[in-house]
Design a protein around this ligand. Structure first.
Ligand SMILES: Nc1ncnc2c1ncn2[C@@H]1O[C@H](COP(=O)(O)OP(=O)(O)OP(=O)(O)O)[C@@H](O)[C@H]1O
Length: 302
């Protein structure tokens, strides 16, 4: 469990994390989303004791990171794997990390196995591709078998196989009851990976929701095609539905669900050619939610 309350960070007078509060619960993957510069990394760095908050608290299992005994056994973190330039082999890097944290050497083999890197464990980390470094970074995060995982942009720069691999790994770790928090600035990376979503902009909370709730909230009604449009519009209006006709002859119905509309038509002897829910994509929802919060969106001069 991660608890963030009123967390605030300022750099040179600019508030980059602004009284942020949210909880991250075990047993689910929580996506931490926001445009570039929204304050995600700053928040994660405070959570991991790498930056000092100017206000509020960031707790893991009820304690500050700095107060955890053998922190690697409570929290695994991946922050900036791209910058990991080690002249050591992957195995030596992990073995040193294990030794420094009182973790058995045997665990190194296990985590190399989990991330599929045993065959390359003897090669120098500095020679690895970004995707391989991400895997070694995740192996390091898993060394202490932690119940909480915090990953900053772990999908960034991975090829489709890597993306699928990390998605399955994180979902598996969450299904074992672990708390998994990962950041991204792309909804497309999150919609298949995360259960819950915490969306921030300019350091402040925009939405604390689930993928399913956000999809339902931004659903745009049901598209219906029928040769009896006039008659069916009257029947729909009688049950309180809102109906508007589109220029290509469809009816967009808001209020009832698609099955309710189909049943109403069947009961009234109306022929339907099409009934389909018009879901806006989560990407659209995210773009709308963060439209005012993006510092770097092109095309507009402020
Ligand atoms: N050490 C620092 N000193 C000064 N400013 C900083 C520092 N770290 C972050 N910032 C500023 O804080 C703001 C938030 O940055 P942060 O990296 O937390 O955002 P982010 O949401 O992780 O963005 P991205 O998706 O681009 O990684 C930015 O304006 C950034 O320039």
């Amino acid at each position: 469990m991660i608890e963030i309350e009123d967390l605030t960070k300022r750099y040179r007078g600019k508030t980059v994390v602004d009284r942020l509060s949210f909880d991250v619960k075990p047993g689910a993957v929580t996506g931490f989303l926001g445009p570039n510069g929204a304050g995600k990394t700053s928040t994660l760095r405070m959570l991991l004791g790498l930056a000092r908050p100017d206000g509020g608290t960031a707790l893991i299992g009820g304690r500050r990171y700095a107060d955890l005994d053998r922190p690697l056994c409570h929290v695994g973190a991946l922050i900036d794997a791209g910058s990991m330039h080690s002249g050591r082999s992957a195995r030596a890097h992990l073995t040193a990390l294990a030794a420094a944290n009182g973790i058995s050497r045997d665990r190194v083999g296990q985590v190399l196995d989990i991330v599929g890197m045993e065959s390359q464990a003897g090669a120098r980390v500095g020679k690895f591709s970004l995707g391989m470094r991400q895997r070694i970074g995740i192996a390091a995060a898993l060394l202490g078998d932690p119940s909480v995982l915090i990953l900053d942009e772990p999908i960034n720069g991975l090829d489709p196989d890597g993306v699928r691999w990390i998605r399955e790994l994180l979902r598996g770790l969450a299904s074992e009851g672990r708390t998994v928090l990962l950041s991204s600035h792309l909804m497309s990376e999150m919609e298949l990976t995360a259960d819950r979503l915490v969306i921030i902009g300019r350091g402040a909370m925009i939405a604390d929701t689930s993928v399913a709730e956000l999809a339902a909230e931004y659903s745009q009604g049901v598209s219906v095609r029928t040769p009896q449009a006039g008659e069916f519009t009257e029947a729909l209006s009688r049950i309180g539905a809102q109906v508007r006709a589109t220029s290509d002859g469809a009816l967009i119905v808001t209020g009832p669900t698609a099955p309710q509309i189909a049943e109403l038509a069947a009961g009234a002897g109306i022929v339907l050619h099409e009934v389909s829910s018009q879901k806006s994509t989560l990407e659209d929802a995210y773009m709308r939610l963060t439209a005012d919060a993006s510092e770097f969106r092109g095309g507009v001069t402020r």
